[in-house]
Design a protein around this ligand. Structure first.
Ligand code: NAD
Ligand code: DAU
Length: 371
């Protein structure tokens, strides 16, 4: 993989993945070190911030890291990028990713998550077909599709999602991701495109847009604002530190069997109310007690149970035996260590937070890029 197209690289997981690949992919030993260049294609929606990769831009910009502001729904642009950079592999993150937004405005989810994936598959297929012609000098190695455990629907109090669990998506977001997974699978079965798919549970860590549960609660607690917990707070998610997700993706991209799906999860099931309580305990510990007192005795006092999300999936939990046994993946971070790192990261990066929340990052982008 010398010219790897990463889509959605300015988002939460994509930016962590690019940093992981360029700086830390020696996780598995020298032979797994990524030596190629990354072409990051991102439309820069509200969730995409090139500032999240400022260090990468400085260290690798124009040599091993190239940023292209483009929409995956614009097939002409994607074709140009495939040709211009001689793309030989794809890691596809770009998506509309927030369930609440998909409930309020589903159309863009259909467009980006389904149409966008279709466009990328078509461009990859063209390149792959070329690579089958002997002596064409063109290669295409892999289309890796990033998906979610939400395609499996919801669990009751027991059981785990395996790769064989039938798809049963409940929200417009998860339905659009399920559709994109089916497209990727079909392009493998019908056209022989070399693909792998990973379905992961809830991620947390640095650079997550503060609309998702963990960063929203961290920032509200820091600011002494209410902590809105949907329903009775007993819904369960399986949490994974983002860097551990990145190491699993890279392992699957290198060693996964083509055409296969791999589930990835943290083996860390918690009720939402427990997650919020843990965040509050860390905030109470790390923020100066005098500052804390001026807000409230404990952040837990800020917890509020609010109207539930429509169609709220009760429980997600992942069986990731396949990625562990077949490929030897192990997460490194426990929820306690990962959450503390995450809280401290937000406390130390309030400028990033202020900019992404205010939309002011557009000015930052204009001063750094010609767009
Ligand atoms: P995110 O919302 O933080 O980032 C999405 C990125 O995609 C942004 O940079 C955005 O600008 C870009 N994008 C959106 N539409 C685009 C378009 N039309 N063209 C080009 N770029 C576009 O999302 P995330 O949380 O980093 O999720 C990344 C992927 O991982 C998604 O496919 C999501 O479904 C999947 N996933 C996320 C989680 C999680 O917990 N966050 C868990 C499992 C799977
Ligand atoms: O499971 C993987 C999925 O995890 C990814 O595919 C999605 O892209 C990602 O957004 C995430 O989806 P969730 O809906 O599980 O994440 P969210 O952070 O929005 O919510 C987590 C849980 O917390 C969920 O049960 C809803 C609840 N919640 C969320 C918010 C934003 C609250 O109680 N209050 C809130 O304010």
């Amino acid at each position: 993989m010398q010219n790897l197209l990463v889509t959605g690289g300015c988002g939460f997981i994509g930016s962590n993945f690019i940093r992981y690949l360029l700086k830390e992919s020696s996780f598995l030993g020298d032979d797994s070190f990524f030596t190629g260049r990354i072409i990051n294609v991102d439309k820069l929606t509200y969730a995409g911030n090139p500032e999240s990769l400022e260090d990468i831009e400085k260290e690798f910009g124009n040599s091993r890291y190239i940023f292209e502001k483009a929409d995956i729904c614009n097939i002409k642009e994607i074709e140009r990028i495939f040709d211009q950079y001689d793309i030989d592999s794809v890691c596809h993150f770009a998506a509309e990713s927030h369930v609440d937004r998909s409930i309020a405005s589903p159309e863009i989810f259909i467009e980006t998550n389904i149409r966008g994936t279709f466009n990328l598959l078509e461009c990859a297929k063209k390149k792959y077909d070329f690579s089958l012609i002997k002596g064409s000098g063109k290669n295409f190695f892999l289309f890796h599709h990033i998906s979610t455990d939400e395609v499996y629907g919801t669990l009751g109090k027991t059981g785990l999602f395996t790769e064989e669990t039938p798809y049963s998506p409940n929200s417009p977001y998860s339905a659009s991701k399920a559709a994109s997974d089916h497209l990727v699978r079909a392009w493998h079965e019908t056209y022989g495109l070399p693909v792998t798919i990973s379905n992961c549970s809830n991620n947390y860590g640095p650079f997550q847009f503060p609309e998702k549960l963990i960063p929203l609660m961290i920032l509200n607690a820091i600011e002494g604002k209410e902590l809105p917990i949907y329903g009775d707070g007993k819904n369960i998610r399986d949490w994974l530190y983002v860097k551990d997700h990145c190491s699993a993706i890279w392992l699957i991209m290198q060693k996964g069997i083509k055409g296969r799906t791999y589930n990835i999860g943290g083996g860390c099931e918690l009720e939402n109310r427990e997650v919020v309580e843990k965040i509050c305990s860390i905030i109470d510990k790390v923020i100066n007690p005098n500052v804390r007192k001026s807000l409230s005795a404990s952040s837990k006092e800020l917890m509020r149970f609010v109207k539930d999300r429509p169609g709220h999936d009760f429980r997600y939990a992942i069986d990731c035996t396949r990625v562990k046994q077949e490929l030897g993946w192990r997460p490194e971070e426990s929820f306690e260590t990962g959450l503390e790192k995450t809280v401290k990261w937000y406390l130390n990066n309030m400028k990033w937070v202020e900019r992404v929340k205010s939309g002011d990052y557009l000015n930052w982008i204009k001063s750094h890029y010609t767009i």
